[in-house]
Write a protein of this length. Sequence first.
Length: 156
Amino acid sequence: MTYQKIINANAYRLGTMVVNAMPNGVVQKINGQDMQVNIGATEQLLPYPTNYRNINLLNVGQVVKSRPGSLYGLSVSNTGTAARYLKIYDKATAATSADTPVVTIVVPAGATITWPENQPLLFFSIGISVRATTGIADNDNVAPGANEIVLNLIYR
């Protein structure tokens, strides 16, 4: 489901319904009917997804989100002359070569990989952390060249 914040109002649009922002368990009128609002801790009403941008992703882990979240889309480019590897972790702190990625994406030389932004692609129960390396092995720790990996993640 998509939640959309209504500008200058304390409400969200849920499909065709407007849901006023209020604590869990509160009864409110939705489309003329009394309904109780119960939203889980990891599915709080949020505005549109957020973009994380890094034009120089290296082997040092970067925290995208330090709490649970969903990945909706991404675009990763490799300006280098050899393949590079984007590694995405379910981690609330900066990932290291000792961690195991949830996803490893091979980015060919001179290429851009894009995942569409529509439904959530992946759910991360702890957080979202990323790093890039020159080798595919989970424990590879060789950094790509400066500005070789350009990453945009759409997350919430």
